[in-house]
Design a protein around this ligand. Sequence first.
Ligand code: PMP
Length: 409
Amino acid sequence: MAKHNSLSDYASRRFRFAGNALLQYHDPFFAQIDRLRADFEAKGTHFVSFANYDYLGLANHPKILEEADRELHRLGVGALASRLVGGERSTHKPFEAEIAEFLGMEAALTLVSGYLANVTTISWLLGKRDALFIDELAHNSIVAGCEASPAEVIKFRHNDFEHLDHLLAKKRQDFRHVLIVVEGIYSMDGDTADLPRLVELKDRHDAWLMVDEAHSLGVLGETGRGLAELQGVDPGRLDLVVGTMSKTLASCGGFVCAKKPVIDWFRYTLPGFVYSVGLSPVILASARTALRLMQEESWRVGKLARNAELFRDYAHANGLSTGPAIGRGVVPILFQDSVETMWASQHLLGLGFYVPPIVQIGVPKDQPRLRFFLSANHSEDEIRAVLDALRDLPPVAAEAHELVKKAMA
Ligand code: PMP
């Protein structure tokens, strides 16, 4: 008889990774941040999260809460079906028109998450005789889309456009259609792609270009219109822009923008849209209000930029490494090993700063980090205080290393 092989045992084996031994001391993941905030406030101290995406500090804006509440009572929470066959709310298309216009694109289509927007668009767009050229540090949702695509997937070195040029020159003729996929801000490193160069490459090699602006909407460019605005590229030159409402727009849901014929086609055929529910009217009202507020309260984009630059510069002054980050919404602090990173996160939490460690998942094993999401709501004092705490980090307790060694044995 076959040896019993339980799914739970299999899961436990696969779950083991070096850092999880430190969870015996303290688990930095899945923290109940509302409760933590309340606990710190009850003690008369401050709790500051650097782990949340609220780039422009809109998450608790009274106008967003008011509009969400109004929509909740007008239309309820659920969209209750795929829009194609269940009908849509009067707010779906106006939001899509507004986000497309804001980004300088012709049309947009919303999906229930940014992750889904990438997976479904990338996996569905191309066929067998086509190719996807993606940055080696592309977000998991881009990679997952590639894995599900019949097209050949070719990775180029991170932000190395000489390499991309070389690969295109060598391989372009083997394929019918080619899509290059990059990100506006890379979510683990906080750096950007060179869009003018990419537009030149796409023209020369007859390729299409998709930019994931998940972390750059509201963050890059003087008015937060993303990488194209920052680098002075006409958004009309981009074939596809993907984004999310979960970050700057302080809500959730994703979108894909393109020329009108592309979006018309997607509206009737894109699997992640056709076979999934429409966005909740409450979510739409929140995101739509956030998009309006970004423009009305335009000082927020500048405030975030000043905060992020202060963070990067002060980190350097404190002898900390921020890698290639340009100093906008995402800035990592790099560490030598996973245990030290877990330790630092635990230490910061004790002081009221929530910054979970990024170890093993999402980054190479030898490049652990604390990833900071900056917000227009952070104060300069908070930024200096958290970086001072990191500069003065106590040495990792010997038992921590022992625990990890034991767990890995
Ligand atoms: N693209 C990138 C670059 C991301 O970092 C993320 C999530 N962090 C997504 C897409 C997915 O967005 P969402 O969380 O809204 O599903």
